[in-house]
Design a protein around this ligand. Structure first.
Ligand SMILES: C[C@H](O)[C@@H](O)CC(=O)C(=O)O
Ligand SMILES: [Mg+2]
Length: 437
């Protein structure tokens, strides 16, 4: 089936009206409608083989990502899977460095999100052909082959191909299969939730076995003090608390504000300032280190070069890879291996639709084949919209259970796609009629 030719690419604008109930809200995204540009690659295989991919956005911008996917589609349609994976590095470059398209990037913004959606679909296709979940495809792969999927351009001053090869190990599968990968929840404390909601959701989560919680902060200091105090009291001194400002502050403001929240003992402050400000993050890291608070970032860190600089400048203490922000698995492999070399733990971002489904594969690979450690490591989980996926995440006792179905867990239910397509899906037509948005 490797000979199968990709004959067609379709892309849909699929949106969920999460803003109506403030799910996913934070200090900068006060009304997010969790959305995806959803890609399906059709092939000429007799077995009706298809590859499914997506990238995450939060509403109106999805239509721009859909346009970008269409613009890139000519680079993938007509190729066989064998051609692509025979030189995956070259194919990655073709997409990310196309002479007429790279001007609108390069490797950042909308075009990078579109690249992620397409490449996620290619990886899904490959894993399906091999009959394995993506994480297993990665951990079983010959390390040299794995490394050959990475574009090392611009990062060899931090990680050479030879060094990357040295970071790949073979270990630690048994524990994952038995217990799963530790997760934390963000679903109890979105910024738009009331204190009553927060109390109820947090109590329920504790009863379900959750021990690590993230709280949105950054809009109003007094609100943050009240909410963090409430959560800290509910979860007790021994459970873990993280806080996330979603880029709300200037550098000095971040230091002052977080210092005032230090009494609640957060493990990290996430996205304290502009996601591109490497030196700003370094200053914040330095100022907060004596308080025992680390800096986490990555969900809007648009490529491996940014991560390289954050690592080189000791500007982050937790690397938050995202399955849909950078150039798919290819680029996330580079980031995971750089994090290993700099000895910084990877704690993936997954706050969005589909992000938990995808990123669990990458963190399983990280544990089994790279880090072999759970020290200060956990993967985000948000409890929204999993019912729209063919192979939804399975959480047991606050751990991700390794997926078994072949592919990258990107495939959505046909009915969900139809109903939520924007603007023609029935969900959006009903909302329009009710005049809600
Ligand atoms: C808009 C998203 O919900 C964002 O707030 C997610 C996020 O920052 C996280 O999960 O972390
Ligand atoms: Mg965040």
């Amino acid at each position: 089936m490797l000979e199968s030719k990709i004959t067609h690419l379709t892309v849909c604008d699929v949106r969920f009206p999460t803003s109506l109930e403030q799910h996913g809200s934070d200090a900068m995204h006060t009304d997010p409608d969790y959305s995806v540009a959803y890609v399906v690659l059709e092939t000429d295989s007799d077995a009706a083989l298809k590859g499914y991919g997506l990238t995450f956005t939060v509403g109106r911008g999805t239509e721009i990502v859909v346009c970008a996917v269409k613009a890139l589609s000519t680079l993938v349609v007509g190729k066989t899977l064998k051609e692509i994976i025979g030189d995956f590095r070259g194919f990655y470059r073709l997409l990310s460095s196309d002479g007429q398209m790279r001007w609108v990037g390069p490797e950042k913004g909308v075009i990078q999100l579109a690249t992620a959606a397409i490449l996620n679909a290619v990886w899904d296709l490959w894993a399906r052909v091999e009959g394995k979940p993506l994480w297993k495809l990665l951990v079983d792969m010959d390390p040299a082959k794995l490394i050959s999927c990475i574009d090392f351009r611009y990062i060899t001053d931090a990680l050479t191909e030879q060094e990357a090869l040295g970071e790949v190990i073979k270990d630690c599968l048994e524990q994952m299969l038995k217990e799963g990968y530790p997760a934390y929840t963000t679903s109890c404390a979105w910024l738009g939730y009331t204190d009553q909601q927060l109390t109820q959701l947090c109590s329920e989560a504790l009863a379900q076995g959750w021990t690590k919680f993230k709280v949105k902060v950054g809009a109003d200091l007094q609100d943050d003090i009240r909410r963090c105090s409430l959560i800290r009291k509910l979860i007790g001194p021994n459970n873990t608390l993280m806080i996330d400002a979603n880029q709300r502050w200037d550098v000095n403001e971040a230091i002052t504000w977080v210092t005032k929240l230090a009494e609640f003992h957060p493990l990290w402050i996430e996205e304290p300032t502009c996601p591109d400000d490497v030196l700003g993050h370094a200053s914040i890291s330095k100022a907060l280190a004596p308080l025992g608070i680390g800096v986490a970032t990555g969900e809007q860190c648009h490529n491996r070069v940014m991560f390289k600089q954050f690592l080189q400048a000791s500007a982050l203490q937790f690397v938050q890879i995202d399955s849909c922000r950078v150039g798919s698995v290819n680029e996330n492999l580079a980031i995971i291996l750089m994090a290993a070399k700099f000895n910084v733990p990877v704690c993936p971002h997954a706050g969005g639709v589909g992000l938990c489904e995808l990123v669990q594969h990458l963190i399983l690979f990280d544990y089994v084949s790279v880090s072999a450690s759970l020290n200060n490591r956990m993967c985000e989980y948000v409890d929204h919209l999993h019912e729209h996926f063919k192979s939804p995440t399975i959480i047991r006792n606050a751990h991700y259970i390794p997926p078994k179905d072949p592919g990258y867990s990107c495939e959505m239910l046909e009915e969900s796609v139809q109903k939520h397509q924007y603007p023609q899906g029935e969900v959006w037509r009903a909302i329009e009629q009710q005049g809600k948005q």
